[in-house]
Design a protein around this ligand. Structure first.
Ligand code: ZN
Length: 199
């Protein structure tokens, strides 16, 4: 795949600001025809750069709670399986694998104190959890809707199935809670089959 160009970046920038921007407005910004603009947007969706079109909701107006960061120290070998188990908890929004004192960083949804206690007692019930720390995110500055791309990386990607480096069309799919990248549809299908067997 050709690396993205300036026009693609403008498309992404505009869509981050307003996901409802019309194709004709987008086309005007990048000085291309509407069909050509549509093709570019489709390509960005197809190769997985645009993951979905969604809304940002102000949860502080919806619920009483606040998001929390939960840090977990576990045996490095057990981090991935623990993460997959904890990911099933509905109050958890996102899990990061980290280096340093802790191996996992969990970001919760907006949750109340009692929901937090509930979640913590579930987490503490796992033997794999050696240590835990909780940060209550009590206030924040508004997130910026900006695209910060100073240097476009070359589109060299390792296929998650055949391990070949490729730069052509990307096939991506979330399998087992992780987004994977493949060089072709066959690799994607084979990976899925193997993954289902291992599960
Ligand atoms: Zn492959």
């Amino acid at each position: 795949m050709k690396p993205l160009d300036k026009k693609d970046l403008i498309i992404l920038e505009e869509l981050i600001k307003d996901g409802r921007i019309s194709l004709s407005d987008l086309a005007e910004k990048i000085k291309l025809s509407v069909p050509a603009t549509a093709t570019r947007v489709e390509k960005l969706v197809h190769n997985g750069i645009i993951e979905n079109f969604t809304v940002n909701i102000d949860f502080s107006l919806l619920v009483d709670g606040k998001p929390n960061l939960i840090l977990i120290k576990t045996d490095l070998k057990k981090a991935e399986s623990l993460a997959n188990t904890l990911f099933k908890e509905r109050f958890i929004k996102k899990i990061y694998f980290t280096t340093g004192k802790y191996n996992l960083l969990l970001l919760t949804h907006y949750i109340t104190d009692s929901q937090k206690s509930q979640l913590l007692s579930v987490i503490q019930s796992f033997d794999e959890v050696q240590d835990i720390d909780v940060l209550w995110l009590y206030d924040d500055l508004k997130a910026k809707s900006e695209l910060v791309v100073d240097d476009l990386k070359s589109m060299k990607i390792i296929c998650d199935y055949c391990k070949r480096e490729f730069s052509g069309e990307i096939f991506s799919k979330v399998i087992g809670n992780k987004k994977r990248y493949f060089c072709c549809n066959t690799c994607l299908t084979e990976f899925e089959k193997r993954f289902a067997k291992e599960e």
